[in-house]
Design a protein around this ligand. Structure first.
Ligand code: HPA
Length: 272
């Protein structure tokens, strides 16, 4: 695998015009975040050696290099979900490659279902922690000792100082964001009412089908992580509404300007 990461990174290095410390993974409906990036290069996944190709609607599948908040960044517009049938090696492949390109900090975003009674549709939730209930672990198998340890410490998996800064960014701009635990399930079904209840009882605030594998692999390599969920539907009794993939995308588009604001300000204000 390491050879593949190196080959892909070697191919992409032609687009790295300046030191690159931030990698961004854009979730469902949040692809327009790239509009805020002063784009220098767009590379369709299909052109990138060894890259899987994304299939879900709303994920256009391209890698973008450019300036955000004054820093050169790379952004993955479209991710690979386990439920699509990709293996964990494929789901997390871009994160490994990012590390080989010099990334030290990763921002992940997603759409999620809220199960915290305080949640409203359209809330922005900073991910404070996660519960991994996807049935396959991305680090299962022989450990790549060159990249990270066998047993990865998961405390403060989501960088507390980045979260604090994001709260300040939102406060200063006059809007609120909440914080909570993201619970990852395999999907692709949305949850039953009983499952939403279970998620709430085991300590989840929001549920989704992505993000956690990429975060685990990033932490394996010592990358600092900032995660944000957009609450696109509610799973609690009395609050539950039926959702379609189109609605999830639509809500994502509505609150995206604030998510964009948080992400671009975080990159701009974060001190090296
Ligand atoms: N469940 C799982 N994944 C999701 C949801 C949900 O309710 N909403 C958006 N992604």
């Amino acid at each position: 695998m390491i050879n593949k990461y190196q080959e892909t990174a070697a191919y992409l290095s032609q687009y790295v015009e300046a030191p690159i410390r931030w990698g961004i993974i854009l979730g469902t409906g949040l692809g327009s975040l790239t509009e805020k990036i002063d784009i220098r290069h767009r590379i369709p996944y299909s052109q990138i050696p060894h890259f899987p190709v994304s299939t879900v609607e709303g994920h256009s599948g391209e890698l973008v290099f450019g300036y955000l908040g004054g820093h050169y960044v790379m952004a993955l517009n479209g991710r690979f979900h386990y439920y699509e049938g990709y293996g964990m090696d494929q789901v997390t492949f871009p994160v490994r490659v990012m590390k080989f390109l010099g990334i030290e900090r990763m921002i992940v975003s997603n759409a999620a279902g809220g199960v915290n009674p305080e949640h409203e549709i359209g809330d922005i939730m900073l991910i404070s922690d996660h519960i991994n209930m996807i049935p396959e672990h991305p680090l299962r198998g022989r450990n790549l000792d060159e990249l990270g340890p066998r047993f990865v410490d998961m405390k403060d998996c989501y960088n507390p100082a980045m979260r604090a800064l994001a709260h300040k960014i939102a406060d200063d701009a006059g809007y609120k964001v909440c914080e909570g635990v993201y619970l990852a399930l395999q999907g692709p079904t949305f949850e039953t009412q009983a499952e939403y209840m279970m998620i709430s009882r085991v300590g989840g605030d929001a549920v989704g089908m992505s993000t956690v594998p990429e975060v685990i692999v990033a932490r394996h390599m010592g990358i600092e992580v900032f995660g944000v969920s957009v609450i696109t539907d509610l799973g609690l009794p009395g609050k539950m509404v039926n959702v379609s993939h189109e609605e999830v995308q639509e809500i994502g588009r509505k609150v995206t300007p604030r998510v964009i604001h948080i992400v671009s300000e975080l990159v701009r204000l974060w001190e090296d």
